[in-house]
Every structure is written in structure tokens, then in C-alpha cells.
Design a protein around this ligand. Sequence first.
Ligand SMILES: [Zn+2]
Length: 231
Amino acid sequence: MKNRWLADFLSLFYPNYCYACGRKMPKSSRCICPECELHLPRTDYPFRSPNPMEQLFWGRVQVEAAAAYLHFRKGGSVQSIVHALKYGDRPEIGRYFGRLLGEALCAHAVFSQAEALVPIPLHPKKQRVRGYNQSEEIAEGMREAMGLPVWSRVLLRTVATDTQTKRSVYQRWENVQTVFRVASPSEVEGRHLILVDDVVTTGATLEAAAQTLKSVPGVRVSMAALAVDTL
Ligand SMILES: [Zn+2]
């Protein structure tokens, strides 16, 4: 946001705070303190197939592979991290954890064969307010670890249309939540793409995005998220 320069300026004089536990941390630490880093609730999903995130999409959309780096729990450290990433004007958190996620997926038999990273787009209005798309920041971190390009203009979130005014409030909400389109189908035809999201709860957004991409001939989709809320 507009005050980022101020935050950067102040950080020269004020100590770093850990986004997970809120305590002061050494200047050399980035985003989270060594203690929190050590105790991050990492999943073993990149090393397990089928894993609970893949199972979440069974019968909904066919994907090559799916994995998340962290377990999401309400009130837990990952919720604090995600909150700062989405609402705290801290895009560098996305880069940081995106790199860790990418490192975990580098050696994966399926993910390592993919050709590009496609972040879930934000609604344009939301992105204007926030100043960045957190999923794109995660994808940029993954790019650094995996060497894959980030295609952030391939998938677009459609803007509400006139026909929606005739629908019920619930249908309208659902529509806004789940409608995507592919900007240039010829660019993605026949490709294996990794959809990148921040937190997966019901999986409705990833499911809709994957179905949209897979409507293009020959497209295969894998899914990677920073965190997942599964049991
Ligand atoms: Zn901490």
C-alpha cells in the first residue's frame, strides 16, 4: 500500500517482529524467528501420494498432483502468518514461504515435470486495494526455487456481469467466488501447469480454476498451496 515506504523506513530503526509469534527477533531473521521456523507445522504431502489434499479433490476435478507446505489451524501460527501476508501489507512473506514450498517440490516426480506456475488471480478490485496478489508472491518464491516461469495473466477472474443481477444473492456470491476464464488458450494448450494458492479450505476456488484451465485441450493441472486446512 501507499505507506510501504514508511514501513521500510521505520524498519531501519525498529526491531524485527516474528509474524508467527509476535516476538522480537534478530535482524538477520526474515519473516519468522528461528524458534517458529523450527516448529512450523509442515505437511509431508510433497512426499506422499495420495495425500489428504489430493483426496480433497477426488470426484471433483482430476489433477496430476496436489500438495501444501503447512497445516492451517484456526488460532495457530500459520493463521498469523497468512493474516500478515493477506492483510498486513507483507508480500515478502509470500516470497519467503513460496521458496520453501518450491524447494519441497523440486524433487517431486510430478511437480518437477510441470512447465509453469499459475497463481490464482484476485478480483481486480481487491488487488488494487491490497497492492499485490498474495498467490502471485508465493508463485514468485516458487519460481526462485524451481526455475519455472510465473504466468500470472493466463487465468483471469471474471468481473460480475449484468446477468448476475437477476440471480439470488447466494448464487451471485458463489458465481463471484468461482468464475474464471483463460485469457489466451493457445498459450496453455497441451501444458502441465501448477496452480498456486495461499490457503485451501473447501478447495472450491482451486477446483473452479483447475476446471477452467482443463477446458483447454491437453492441459494438465497440479496444485500447490502454502497451507491446507485438512484433518
Ligand atoms: Zn516466532
